[in-house]
Design a protein around this ligand. Structure first.
Ligand code: HEM
Length: 336
């Protein structure tokens, strides 16, 4: 039986629209002035707590920035990374990229307590983390950007997604790119965001393969580089002798300063993590190599792209939290 042409058109139109609605990127209902009347001091509370924390230990900046990244890559930026394990909820803290690695939870608690005493039940943990990450970067010399806010906190977490979505140090370039594309982030976003490694530390467990692997092949082995590699090897033995948690800076020039020296280190072939060096040295990385070169030469281009990409990453949303989310009272637990 032949269908009338208008019927076929209607069918096609309906199917197209169902598909389109389902595949539309989630509209993040985020605005710059979301708290301007409900909690006008939110930004300044977060800033002053971050100032104290970074002044007392600049590594706190790195910890908070990374927490935000690990939040956004798992169910969107919804504070899921902050949830503790309970009898009824399995958190993300035990996932392999997180365990013994992410930190900064006590600082988040401190900021949250201040926010709750000023404006109870108003500022979400996901927004707290997003603003704190921006302040972290600014306080160690990086760029400023405006942070759209209005996120809600999730009532769930996902250990499984934390295992699968978060990139790891020994992954190849193609898998790394795939993980960013999956989140709606481009190759340019990935390279710029990896510039976060201009601050902070990595554990031996994550750079052992690199320093006992292709490090001498990517780097020009000058006497300086020999000495650097030897010092890394003294921190991290080739087989685990209980030194998995020993740490080294990813940017040996200036680990407490947000600048573009991380990219200059990659140009020298001396990146600490395999994943970072791949962006410059992989034969498959024509585009990533150009970007590393650009950011190594032009700090303003890096700062501009980093800011844009941070906003983009911060806008990865959890559709469930928008409809069914909450403002947690304590970032570690869903409200009862
Ligand atoms: C390109 C993919 C990425 C990979 C494979 C990766 C991997 C890692 C690894 C293995 C560490 C060391 C963790 C440890 O040894 O305990 C680390 C640290 C860090 N990562 Fe990434 N990362 C990536 C992207 C990012 C992004 C997008 C950001 C933020 C925008 C970020 C921010 C940080 C910071 C700040 C640290 C230092 C944390 C500290 O000192 O405690 N990373 N990353």
């Amino acid at each position: 039986m032949a269908f009338p042409s208008h019927f076929l058109f209607l069918m096609f139109f309906t199917i197209f629209n169902i598909y389109r609605i389902n595949s539309l990127p989630e509209e993040p209902y985020l605005t710059l002035d979301y708290y301007s009347s409900s909690c006008p001091s939110a930004q300044s509370i977060i800033r002053s707590e971050m100032e104290c924390a970074v002044l007392s230990d600049p590594r706190n900046a790195a910890k908070i920035l990374r927490l935000h990244f690990h939040d956004c890559f798992v169910q969107g930026c919804d504070g899921s990374v902050l949830l503790d394990d309970t009898i009824t909820l399995e958190g993300e803290k035990k996932a392999s990229p997180n365990v013994n690695s992410i930190d900064g939870f006590k600082l988040v608690d401190r900021i949250k307590n201040k926010l709750e005493s000023e404006c109870p039940g108003v500022v979400s943990c996901a927004d707290l983390l997003t603003i704190a990450a921006r302040d972290a970067v600014l306080l160690v010399g990086g760029p400023y950007w405006d942070v759209p806010v209005g996120r809600k906190d999730s009532k769930s977490a996902s250990l499984t997604l934390a295992e699968t979505n978060l990139p790891s140090a020994n992954q190849d370039l193609v898998s790394l790119i795939a993980k960013f594309l999956y989140q709606g982030l481009s190759v340019t976003d990935m390279v710029a965001l990896a510039g976060a490694h201009t601050i902070g530390m990595a554990r031996c467990e994550n750079f052992r393969e690199r320093i006992y692997g292709d490090f001498p092949f990517t780097a020009e082995m000058t006497s300086f580089t020999e000495t650097y590699l030897d010092s890394l090897k003294s921190i991290c033995s080739d087989i685990n002798k209980g030194d998995d948690n020993n740490i080294a800076a990813m940017d040996y020039f200036s680990a407490n300063l947000f600048d573009n020296s991380f990219f200059q280190i990659l140009l020298r072939g001396e990146g600490l993590l395999n994943s970072d060096q791949e962006m410059y040295s992989s034969l498959l990385g024509v585009q990533t190599r150009h970007l590393v070169q650009l950011y190594a030469e032009d700090p303003i281009a890096f700062f501009q792209q980093f800011s844009d990409s941070m906003v983009k990453m911060g806008n990865i949303s959890n559709p469930d939290s928008f409809s069914d989310g909450e403002v947690r009272k304590n970032c570690r637990f869903v409200n009862t």
